[in-house]
Design a protein around this ligand. Structure first.
Ligand code: ADP
Length: 484
């Protein structure tokens, strides 16, 4: 393909930086290989060091800027995003594949996150504590952590960057931001909004390219004080190992194998809706996606039959087309992974009820797939698939359902569908997950509430979102003032 007409994008390292000819990678539409969004720079190790140095140089002035003034810039960025929701959502669908409705929801969320943290500039602060002696003022001050590396995945290419960048900036940090290779354009549009809103040069630096090369430096450079990462467990582990060399602060979010538990007193119509939203929404490519459904035996057949019927009605296609309910997977690797688990489930002896095939002719399309009679120990019930594949596990009673929900190495999100208050609270208290939902899908988060998983889903260090983010992005100083 002749690339001469395709737009070339730049990195932002204190200023727009275009690499020399040839050092670019192509970003295309996962629903249509012929639709090329653009060419993005392959940042070098030197670029990465420069970006870190740029963030480091910008830190003194930005950290001393009054928090309400920092907030005003975030607020302005939120307004700019509001004026571009449709434009950004269209790009998001073109490069990542989710439906336009899902993309609009995501851009709207990013807009709201900037508005929320803009307001935090007027609110956050330390504590005044009672002193044990007379004539002493004892208080704490929240100071910026410093230079923060932000490494994000492709599945929420604007919302995840937003929920990391907005708190990083409001609490006075400077940033090096590396989005995923599969969705850099949407991420860049967020950076463009911030620069237009008046963010000073060097406060955010943007790099695209090879994750291993750039990410290793972003995690291990001694000028970096904190690394926040969302992605796979394997990569997250490497980030932690690199960060520990400098004792840099680490926050990792690393996937899930989330269960929707359906008890025998559940509203089955609601249960089906939640299963479809959680399992097939975003083509199953959310860390909080429903990949296991644990259903009480008494209602299992009725539920399975209703779910199968509803799933057959889903329209799979290009997310830009109206009426499409489920877009493609993001890339060839994801397609192969889904395909391999569809084959594996059958080999393991689960009953394939629906789907089981992928179609990579025009784009990375996969069928909505349901396995029934899955054993909790099967690999399809244990490993993160990150595709539209649901495993149904049958349970005998509440305790058995909770035990089955907990027998995995992940612990991100879990839902129960029930009309019994006692069962709902028993589930909420006993399930081993950082996010618990009652009669809601495993997906979907409030931007002002703490978010983070247990067990293998996170580094178990700091939560994200809401005011909980302050703990990661600030350091606390304790001050004793003797005024006697
Ligand atoms: P996925 O398998 O879904 O692509 P990854 O965990 O590989 O998830 O990617 C998440 C993010 O981590 C991406 O931005 C990617 O470029 C980046 N990345 C990849 N390898 C490394 C690494 N060794 N260190 C830091 N970041 C990395």
């Amino acid at each position: 393909m002749a690339n001469t007409d395709i737009k070339r994008f730049s990195n932002f390292i204190g200023s727009w930086k275009t690499p020399k000819e040839g050092d670019f990678f192509e970003n295309h539409n996962p629903a249509d290989y012929n639709d090329v969004i653009g060419l993005f720079p392959m940042a070098t190790l030197e670029d990465t060091k420069d970006a870190i140095a740029s963030a480091h140089a910008a830190l003194p002035a930005w950290s001393k800027t009054p928090a309400p003034a920092r907030g005003a810039i975030l607020d302005k960025a939120s307004q700019i995003l509001t004026s571009r929701i449709d434009e950004i959502a269209t790009v998001l669908t073109r490069e990542e594949g989710k439906t336009l409705a899902e993309a609009k929801g995501e851009v709207t969320r990013a807009r709201d996150i900037f508005k929320y943290y803009g307001g935090e500039g007027w609110r956050y602060g330390g504590q005044v504590l009672p002193s044990s002696v007379n004539d002493e003022l004892l208080y704490t001050r929240r100071e910026p952590l410093g230079v923060v590396s932000i490494i994000t995945p492709w599945n929420f290419p604007i919302a995840i960057p937003a929920w990391k960048i907005a708190p990083a900036l409001i609490y006075g940090n400077t940033v090096i931001f590396k989005p995923a290779e599969d969705a850099p354009r949407t991420a860049l549009m967020l950076v463009e909004a911030l620069l237009e809103a008046g963010l000073p040069s060097g406060v955010i630096n943007f790099l695209t390219g090879d994750g291993t090369l750039i990410g290793t430096e972003m995690a291990s450079n001694p000028k970096v004080n904190g690394i926040t990462f969302t992605g796979s467990h394997n990569t997250g582990t490497k980030v932690y190992q690199n960060a520990i060399k400098n004792m840099a602060r680490v926050q990792l979010e690393m996937g899930g194998k989330n269960a929707l538990v359906i008890l025998k007193d559940a509203d089955l119509e609601l249960a089906v809706k939640l299963a479809i939203t959680g399992g097939f929404g975003l083509t199953g490519q959310a860390c909080t996606a429903t990949s296991r459904i644990i259903v009480e035996e008494e209602v299992a057949n009725a539920f399975v039959s209703a779910l199968t019927t509803a799933t057959k009605n889903l329209k799979i296609g290009n997310g830009l087309e109206s009426g499409v309910n489920m877009g493609p997977l993001v890339n060839q690797d994801q397609l192969q992974t889904s395909q391999s688990y569809m084959t594996l489930g059958q080999k393991e002896g689960a009953k394939l009820l629906l789907g089981g095939e992928v179609d990579g002719a025009k784009g990375y399309f996969a069928q909505a797939t349901i396995f029934d009679h899955v054993e909790p120990t099967m690999r399809i019930a244990q490993e993160e698939i990150f595709g539209p594949v649901i495993s149904i596990i049958r349970a005998n009673g509440l305790n058995d359902a909770i035990e089955k929900a907990n027998t995995i190495s992940f612990g991100l999100s879990a839902s129960v569908v029930t009309n019994n208050l006692q069962h709902a609270f028993a589930f909420a208290n006993q399930v081993d997950a950082g996010v618990v939902k009652i009669n809601e899908p495993t997906t979907g988060l409030a931007l002002n509430a703490p978010f983070g998983g247990f067990k293998g889903s996170s580094a178990n260090t700091f939560k994200e979102q809401g005011q909980a983010a302050m703990d990661f992005y600030t350091r606390t100083k304790t001050i004793y003032v003797n005024h006697g």
